[in-house]
Design a protein around this ligand. Structure first.
Ligand code: SAM
Length: 256
């Protein structure tokens, strides 16, 4: 980092300035509009992107984080509800899953799909009571959040002591071959297929943006450090093929 006042998050997202928005201040509005415009075909594109394994993988990560019957889960950046649906399946009727998202159109799709409370708000200012959740989950959204430190502080606030955060993210592989394959698949093939299937050029732009955010975002070791700095303990990262990562961290049981 060149500027000591700059977080890794802002440093990386700055690289997208000019390509998608001309002013970092416009990033939150850009992200919200982007997801508002893509809400109707998000699930379809996601199916393509994950080669149909999305639901299984989300459930697997939730299980690994310890989500089980009776759990109270706040799913931040719930989107159309793909992660929340799996959380609800694990938490059951005795549990509670609340979804929060900044995009009203994504929430409208989630509303159609899921019988859970949904709130339009940002990750940086969660309208959820302190220490009310066993889990805060965030699927494929970390790299879209504007103020990561504020979002993690909020996650920590709403978790009960001992509660866990689960972050599921994609990072560009470090190995050159893996990076080249990923670039072709996620950066080129998926965007074009998305446009073809959704019959909408915006589907391609959305997926190209996803690839740019993946490419420009923090690598896993920095994300682990950021989670620790935010106050989470026992942070672990489980990775597959250098591309899929899920992070679990805990709110300390007593103040440090
Ligand atoms: C790629 S989607 C992920 C949706 C869902 N978690 C999943 O697993 O499919 C990212 C979501 O993050 C939301 N989002 C982006 N920035 C946000 C913020 N600062 N606060 C809340 N939601 C945000 C977007 O509106 C979008 O619905």
């Amino acid at each position: 980092m060149c500027n000591p006042d700059e977080t890794p998050d802002t440093a990386r997202s700055r690289e997208l300035v000019g390509e998608y928005y001309d002013d970092p201040e416009r990033r939150p509005a850009f992200v919200r509009n982007m997801f508002n415009r893509s809400a109707e075909y998000y699930d379809l594109v996601n199916l393509l992107f994950s080669l149909g394994s999305g639901a299984w993988y989300r459930r697997f990560c939730l299980r690994r984080a310890g989500v089980r019957m009776g759990a109270r889960v706040v799913d931040v950046a719930v989107g159309t509800g793909l992660l929340a649906r799996e959380a609800l399946g694990l938490a059951g009727a005795d549990g509670l899953v609340i979804g929060v998202d900044v995009s009203e159109a994504m929430l409208a799709v989630a509303q159609r799909n899921l019988p859970i409370p949904l709130i339009q708000a940002t990750a940086e200012a969660l309208p959820v009571a302190a220490e009310s959740a066993d889990f805060v989950t965030m699927g494929y959204a970390l790299r879209h959040v504007t103020d990561l430190q504020a979002a993690l502080a909020e996650a920590l606030r709403v978790l009960r002591p001992g509660g866990a955060i689960l972050v599921i993210e994609i990072s560009a592989p470090r190995h050159r071959l893996g990076r080249a394959i990923t670039k072709f698949f996620i950066g080129t093939l998926v965007p074009w297929l998305s446009q073809l299937v959704a019959r909408d050029v915006r589907a391609r732009i959305l997926m190209q943006y996803h690839w740019r955010t993946i490419l420009n975002y923090m690598p896993p070791d920095i994300i682990i450090a950021v989670l620790r700095e935010a106050g989470f303990c026992n942070v672990t990262c489980t990775s597959y093929v250098g591309l899929f990562h899920h992070y679990v961290g805990y709110k300390p049981a007593s103040p440090a």
